[in-house]
Design a protein around this ligand. Structure first.
Ligand SMILES: NC(=O)c1ccc[n+]([C@@H]2O[C@H](COP(=O)([O-])OP(=O)(O)OC[C@H]3O[C@@H](n4cnc5c(N)ncnc54)[C@H](O)[C@@H]3O)[C@@H](O)[C@H]2O)c1
Length: 326
């Protein structure tokens, strides 16, 4: 990253969320000064997000600004006297809910991203990292997905808004010479995972003895990626600003839904009851990251096997349950 001293100021939008809180912890541990900007929206419990930040707020190198990325004043407050880099993770995430609230997704993910890019340009930020998604590939027939595949046929509102965010990054990089790195994350899991995502949702249902939704014939595949591997990829990208760049950050190990359920049964020591459901509108049939570019240019090397990552997730989930007395 920018300075030899390592004393950089990094602004992270969406800092109180799942990926954002892990990323901020790692940045602080590496000696950076971090400002997190988050609206604590109600997509899931704001109390969970406050807990995500508890450790960070106890330290001196983390500052929290509570505000909305669509508010230029909140962005200016977060950037303060200046920042070396801005990592933009704030978003309405989730494929299925985006089909129910398309205008809200558009507002936060597209208009919000414009505000973030405007603030970065206005305040002379040296490097913007944008958290995009594997969903932009749509139901592509060629796997694994490569960064130079077209990605022009998103099948969910969420995917379309993420792709729109990437296109805006393109505009700001080419019009203003703003260095931007776009990272397409592939289904991230681990402690603090969003409660709407499959592993978290399924595990909670299984612990309560309730059936889990089993979509289609179970052949749907996801390239599940452990959060520490994603964070390592973001940090590697942050260290090397260079024009406009795009990388997949995945695990290159797609897992079928039926395999995932077997692995979760093992991790929890429980068997799952299944409730068969049609594949939801907007869900792609598979994701699979080609990591050639990320390996070559970032030295990205995901290390966590699904069994190990699930074991860590389950340890966290059980501790959460004990902590809340449930
Ligand atoms: N988790 C995944 O599997 C995954 C996969 C691909 C891409 N992504 C992307 O990574 C990023 C982080 O995802 P996550 O899973 O940690 O989600 P998350 O919902 O846990 O975190 C997002 C955070 O952004 C905040 N936020 C939402 N709208 C805001 C606004 N208008 N202003 C300020 N803050 C706002 C939320 O309060 C939340 O804390 C998102 O951009 C998401 O689209 C996630």
């Amino acid at each position: 990253m920018a300075k030899e001293t390592g004393k950089t100021h990094v602004v992270v939008t969406g800092a109180a969320g799942f990926i954002g809180s892990h990323l901020c912890e790692r940045l602080v541990a590496e000696g950076h000064r971090v400002t997190g900007l988050d609206s604590f929206n109600r997509f899931y419990s704001p109390a969970v997000k406050r807990r995500n930040l508890a450790g960070l707020l106890a330290g001196a190198r983390f500052r929290l600004v509570r505000g909305d990325i669509r508010d230029a004043a909140a962005l200016d407050q977060a950037i303060g006297r200046g920042a070396d880099a801005l990592i933009h993770l704030a978003a309405m995430a989730g494929v299925r809910p985006s089909m129910e609230r398309p205008a809200l997704y558009q507002s936060i993910n597209v208009e919000g991203t414009v505000q973030v890019l405007e603030a970065a340009r206005r305040r002379g930020i040296r490097h913007v990292v944008f958290g995009s998604s594997s969903s932009v590939y749509g139901d592509a027939s060629r796997v694994p997905f490569r960064e130079d595949d077209p990605a022009v046929q998103p099948i969910s509102v969420y995917a379309a808004t993420k792709r729109a965010g990437e296109l805006l990054c393109h505009t700001y990089a080419s019009a203003y010479g703003l260095p931007i790195t776009m990272l397409r994350f592939f289904t991230v899991y681990g402690p603090r995972q969003r409660p709407d995502l499959a592993i978290h949702k399924f595990a909670r249902l299984m612990l309560r003895g309730e059936p889990i939704p089993f979509f289609g014939d179970g052949s749907m595949q996801r390239d599940f990626t452990y959060v520490d591997d994603i964070v390592a990829g973001v940090l590697a990208a942050l260290r090397r600003p260079a024009g406009l760049r795009l990388f997949n950050l995945g695990s290159d190990r797609p897992v079928r839904l039926d395999e995932l359920i077997r692995a979760l049964e093992q991790a929890l020591g429980l068997s799952a009851r299944l409730a068969r459901r049609p594949v939801p509108v907007g869900d792609v049939s598979r994701t699979w990251a080609d990591l050639t570019r990320a390996r070559q240019e970032l030295g990205y090397a995901p290390r966590t096997r699904l069994e190990d990552g699930l074991a860590r997730f389950v340890r966290w989930l059980r501790a959460e349950g004990r902590g809340r007395g449930s």
